[in-house]
Write a protein that binds this ligand. Sequence first.
Ligand SMILES: Nc1ncnc2c1ncn2[C@@H]1O[C@H](COP(=O)(O)OP(=O)(O)O)[C@@H](O)[C@H]1O
Ligand SMILES: [Mg+2]
Length: 423
Amino acid sequence: MEQTVTISPQIQRLKQRFGIIGNSPSLTSALERALQVAPIDLSVLIIGESGTGKEFFPNIIHENSARKHKKYIAVNCGAIPEGTIDSELFGHEKGAFTGAISSRKGYFEEANGGTIFLDEVAELPLTTQARLLRVLESGEYMRVGSSEVMKTDIRIVAATNKDMLAAIKEGKFREDLFYRLSTVQINIPPLRERGNDVLLLVRKFTTDFADRYRTPAVTLADSARQALLNYRWPGNVRQLKNIIEQIALFEAGNIIERDTVVKYLPDMGDGYKPAVIDKAQFDYTQERELLFKMLFQLQKELEKLKEEVASGVSGPSTHRELHLDVDDTGAVTAHHAPPTLDEGTVHDLQATDFELVDELIDTQHRHHHDEQKLNLEDIERETIKRALEHNGGRRKATAHELGISERTLYRKIKEYNLDDVEH
Ligand SMILES: Nc1ncnc2c1ncn2[C@@H]1O[C@H](COP(=O)(O)OP(=O)(O)O)[C@@H](O)[C@H]1O
Ligand SMILES: [Mg+2]
């Protein structure tokens, strides 16, 4: 267990400014270190597992340095194709390669006097590493396709979740560059080593998501808190945030026990599962997926409600229906209706009534099923129609937006008679 330490007002202000949650000594000392090195013009390497909050650090360093009024540029080295990264970083001359129809400034030129954050720095190709080493040592570089030496004054903050020494051993990362980049190292602790910070983060995220989705906040029972504290969090804060988002949506207003938490945790065992969620993709696909799940959840709740009404077992109902509001921008918000406290009627059922009741339920189910299908079809038709309108009837773009193949879109257009939708 970590010891508690007093946290200086300066660190408190920093946390507030950046929305950083947590009081564990390991996180606090990482923040202190960042503040200490910020004004000194040295390269800093941020090391920590995926999802630990590394991205706060280059920002903190830039804002607390003499460069704060100059540019800050963040570059995700893992996301830029190998063929274009040199040109992105150092710029290129017109005609330097096929498609280079004009010359272009690179980030090192653009951010001159400021800070560049090289995220996932271990992913840099070896050729780029050579250029980077040169610019770090002498401030000199050349645009791609040019032999003119240019000068720049840049501070580099880099981050990685890789074992850099292993990368060096495997010949994937230059040792000289590694030492140049890691003049100062800051280690960001994994969430599993931050003790009760988990609970502070849960509190923050449950409130945030309840606000965002306009749903009543969940309450966590002790057993649930314990489960969250014991979990390994291979994807760290990013994973915790994602799981709380799901719980906030699908368990809105509920008291959460351990069992429920366990349902949302991918792996309670010891197996290390790296977080595989790509951030850019995550936001869009996840959100849509959540929306669809929400719709199905709504259908399920309705079905359950109807079943209970049909079988006459509903006492004072504690159910609260989930309502979806769609505004004219197509944004959907979900909220729960206030609890309905209808008294319900007590039936004196006789054994002979059961057959009749069963039959009734059966018929209702069949109706309900048709109704449900109709609703989903309506939603689908409407979704496709809007996407077509949105894309001026262009099918390729529409299919892309919806995440379906053009063939499927074609079929759906026929099925729903959407042939003439253009704008
Ligand atoms: N201590 C923290 N307090 C609040 N949010 C955090 C904290 N650490 C991380 N996050 C959030 O978790 C997500 C992942 O953080 P990020 O900096 O992208 O992780 P990394 O770059 O280390 O993979 C982001 O949404 C970030 O805002
Ligand atoms: Mg990151």
